[in-house]
Design a protein around this ligand. Structure first.
Ligand SMILES: NC(=O)c1ccc[n+]([C@@H]2O[C@H](COP(=O)([O-])OP(=O)(O)OC[C@H]3O[C@@H](n4cnc5c(N)ncnc54)[C@H](OP(=O)(O)O)[C@@H]3O)[C@@H](O)[C@H]2O)c1
Ligand code: SF4
Ligand code: SF4
Length: 385
């Protein structure tokens, strides 16, 4: 496993970190398959992964508990454990410490190594400041409950710079992949933070899986016709690894095959900083440009908008809309929309425009308008508009 450096810290992170947000699930209620997830995480650690990232709200609040259990039997000592303060639940002073104490109990650990203010945007950062959250974080460090304090981020570059410049953060975490170079913090934000000596962790290197499978035919053909026999996943992970400012990349692997594949890619001798040629980088820029022309909604399936109080399956509707746009199979997609969404009371027409989802969406999507558009299009295809 390739190792990187982490700013001034005496810690050599593995290039690949394990994101505990997309564990394998079983049954209609999507319960975590804990046995399989434990096998996957422990295999990754045995193969050199030394960073595991969970959060208060992943898997309906159970990810932390499950991560705590999978890190028993000596695995806790082999990794740095990261979890996050639920910024979206803070209401008053003292809440910050209350949630941390709850999390330490849930995970059943004495301390967390890397603690992040979760999914900061302008509104949440202003509230964090107003509630003196940073003072509570300093105290938690002094008390030995957390070792390092950082933040994860979903807002504009301008807000990112403001947050970086406000406190002496130990590290930060941003979304970055070859498709999203100018989105949110983007490449400029990466360089800005690194330039100030703040280590940067990358999340969503595969855009939540969208750069991995079911690619449009012409995009897949671009990869297939390239003389290098790398899969789209390998290209995407190597693009992140190529950036010298990156401390480590997190992947939310959901099968053992993903774990094995990503371990192989991140252990390859040439998966290193500045490992890609200028032609490789240009190739990926062309792939992104070709692809961007097709996608309707830039949803990463993070599910922060769920559950919708009206039962609308927001990411499900968007995935169907995007698939139809990318593959051109509108009639088939419209039938699926009827069977899987309208008939199951999860379709876009149930939206009452309360706006809860829009304020939770890290991608700042205009969800209400997009839901209207996709519903009209599918109804048109069904001959009912
Ligand atoms: N702090 C925040 O605001 C925030 C937000 C998002 C994520 N995160 C953290 O960052 C982590 C990484 O983000 P992410 O999970 O979105 O990462 P990602 O690597 O972009 O996406 C993960 C998905 O990619 C697919 N995948 C991964 N490896 C693959 C392989 N070798 N072959 C084929 N498909 C593969 C899987 O999709 P399928 O299951 O569809 O096959 C998997 O669920 C998360 O797990 C979480 O810990 C934090
Ligand atoms: S705006 Fe519509 S889709 Fe969003 S949470 Fe409210 S009812 Fe659900
Ligand atoms: S609509 Fe936004 S919050 Fe909901 S899954 Fe998509 S990206 Fe995430």
């Amino acid at each position: 496993m390739q190792k990187r450096s982490f700013g001034k810290l005496d810690y050599k992170p593995s290039l690949l970190g394990f994101g505990a947000m997309r564990f394998p699930t079983i049954g209609p209620d999507k319960e975590v398959d804990e046995k399989e997830a434990t096998k996957m995480v422990r295999h990754a650690i045995d193969s050199g992964v030394n960073y595991v990232d969970t959060a208060y709200n992943y898997h309906g609040g159970l990810s932390e508990v499950i991560v705590g259990r999978m890190l028993k039997d000596g695995y806790r000592e082999k990794v740095k454990l990261a979890t996050k303060s639920p910024s979206f639940l803070l209401e008053k002073e003292g809440d910050w410490t209350k949630f941390l104490d709850e999390q330490l109990k849930k995970i059943d650990v004495e301390h967390v190594d890397f603690y992040l203010q979760h999914a900061l945007n302008k509104e949440r950062f202003d509230l964090f400041k107003e509630l003196n959250g940073h003072d509570e974080a300093v105290k938690a460090k002094e008390d030995g409950k957390i070792k390092y304090f950082g933040f994860s981020f979903h807002d504009s570059l301008e807000v990112f710079k403001e947050i970086i410049d406000t406190y002496p953060w130990d590290f930060c975490q941003i979304q970055l992949n070859y498709f999203d170079t100018d989105f949110q913090a983007g490449l400029e934000g990466l360089k800005y933070a690194a330039g100030k000596g703040i280590p940067v962790i990358i999340m969503e290197p595969l855009k939540g899986g969208r750069l991995a499978g079911n690619l449009p035919e012409d995009i897949q053909a671009m990869f297939d016709n390239h003389p290098k026999e790398w899969s789209p996943v390998e290209w995407a992970l190597r693009w992140v690894a190529d950036l010298p400012e990156v401390a480590l990349l997190l992947s939310g692997m959901s099968t053992m095959e993903h774990v094995l594949d990503n371990l192989r890619i991140c252990s390859a001798e040439d998966t290193v900083a500045n490992g890609l040629s200028p032609e490789d980088r240009e190739f990926l820029a062309q792939v992104a440009a070709t692809w961007k022309a097709k996608i309707k909604v830039d949803c990463t399936d993070c599910r922060y908008c769920m559950p919708c109080p009206q039962g609308v399956n927001i990411p499900g509707c968007f995935a169907l809309y995007n698939n139809a746009a990318m593959f051109g199979n509108w009639k088939e997609a419209a039938r699926m929309y009827k069977n899987n969404f309208i008939d199951r009371d999860a379709d876009a027409s149930l939206c009452i425009e309360c706006g809860i989802c829009e304020s939770a969406c890290p991608q700042q999507l205009e969800i209400i308008q997009l839901l209207k558009e996709l519903h009209d299009r599918f109804m048109f295809e069904l001959g009912e508009l």
